[in-house]
Ligand binder design. Structure first.
Ligand SMILES: NC(=O)c1ccc[n+]([C@@H]2O[C@H](COP(=O)([O-])OP(=O)(O)OC[C@H]3O[C@@H](n4cnc5c(N)ncnc54)[C@H](OP(=O)(O)O)[C@@H]3O)[C@@H](O)[C@H]2O)c1
Length: 336
């Protein structure tokens, strides 16, 4: 049994993670932390877990959590996450970080986009990016894995096959993204209150969303292409789900079937990628670890459409994919 701890266990991603791990035959959840809820039974915070997990939350220092666990999932916000993780990594515990803290490759870019100094700058650039479809070989040996962002993984997986093949221009890529409200987490914010966001769609963080440099950096790493995507997210009044509509200029002439064949070849070994003929919809991936994508060609553009569940393939599902690869289990364990 692998002993697992979860930091920030009161949050949305943590709840989904617990539900997946309860299906895992080789996992024992030993520790759940909260900074401000005290010591309640987990079912008092997440009623869905009533009768499924008998554990109390606690506020334990990172060293105590590390001593009690073989692997820790950090479901904390950025900055808070790295400052605890760096202490845990002094032991040999393995860590999967949900936050953005270890995703970017350099401290300068982090400071520019996150507005504060990185707590652990020397580790940046050396941490494995946990997107198994692109970096599968690097994950098994890692002590620390940076779990991807939800908009980022959807955008990166949609673009990677075509950038790698050299069939889209690198300087004119537009990612028009829509996401459900759970993407903002459980902590109350004015913009995600029901009367503010219900029956309304609005763009946000236009030209300055923090997932922008992550998409650029990871696409460079995966495909060796220098890209600067124009990324615009929109808040949609639904609980969960991400749909990215991506516009790119094709190099050369090919029909839609050729585009789909290229994507299918690229993801041949990836059990959670579904290259489909019909248009993807968030409902079709809700609650699952699937990433659905297709391509249309019109008016001199390739239109790549892709969707995921932000809480599963965008967070907790891919984290368990990473966990499985790190510990030698089948990548799909507990996820199908
Ligand atoms: N939501 C998504 O779709 C999604 C997708 C991909 C990645 N992520 C990333 O995953 C992480 C968790 O996201 P989430 O949506 O689950 O967030 P969330 O629902 O807001 O939960 C985060 C938890 O972290 C704890 N926390 C908050 N601030 C803290 C601090 N300063 N120090 C220590 N603990 C703190 C809180 O627990 P207590 O108040 O009980 O301490 C909170 O329940 C974030 O880094 C997020 O960016 C989220």
């Amino acid at each position: 049994m692998i002993r697992v701890g979860i930091l920030g266990a009161t949050g949305y991603t943590a709840l989904e993670l617990i539900k997946i791990l309860l299906r895992h035959p080789d996992v024992e959840i030993t520790t759940l932390t909260s900074r401000q809820e005290g010591n309640p039974h987990v079912a008092a915070i997440h009623p869905q877990l009533t009768g499924r997990l008998d554990l109390h939350l606690e506020e334990s220092p990172p060293e105590t959590v590390a001593a009690r666990c073989d692997c820790v999932f950090s479901c904390l916000p950025h900055a808070a996450s790295a400052s605890l993780i760096m202490k845990m990594l002094e032991s040999d515990v393995r860590v999967i970080d949900f936050s953005a803290d270890y995703r970017l490759r350099d401290a300068e870019t982090y400071e520019q986009w996150y507005g504060s100094k990185h707590p652990d700058p020397n580790r940046l650039g050396k941490v494995v990016y946990g997107l198994p479809e692109l970096f599968r070989d690097q994950i098994p040996g890692a002590q620390l894995v940076a779990n991807p962002g939800c908009y980022t993984s959807t955008s990166i997986l949609a673009l990677a096959p075509f950038l790698k093949k050299g069939i889209i221009e690198t300087d004119d890529i537009i990612v028009d993204a829509k996401g459900g409200v759970s993407g903002a987490g459980r902590s109350p914010k004015l913009t995600t209150l029901y009367p503010e966001c219900n029956e309304s769609i609005t763009a946000y963080s236009v030209g300055r969303h923090r997932h922008t440099p992550e998409i650029d950096q990871i696409l460079k790493l995966a495909t060796d292409c220098d890209v600067q995507v124009l990324f615009t997210p929109h808040l949609v009044p639904m609980d969960r789900g991400i749909l990215c509509t991506i516009y790119a200029r094709p190099i050369g002439q090919r029909g839609e079937d050729d585009w789909l064949d290229i994507a299918r070849d690229f993801y041949e070994q990836s059990p959670f990628v579904r290259v489909i003929g019909h248009l993807p919809a968030t409902k079709d991936v809700a609650g699952s670890n699937y990433f659905d994508m297709t391509v249309r060609v019109s008016r001199g553009r390739a239109i790549i459409l892709a969707c995921t569940d932000n809480l599963i393939k965008g967070a907790s599902g891919v984290a368990v994919q990473n966990f499985n690869l790190m510990h030698g289990f089948d990548e799909t364990t507990a996820l199908l």
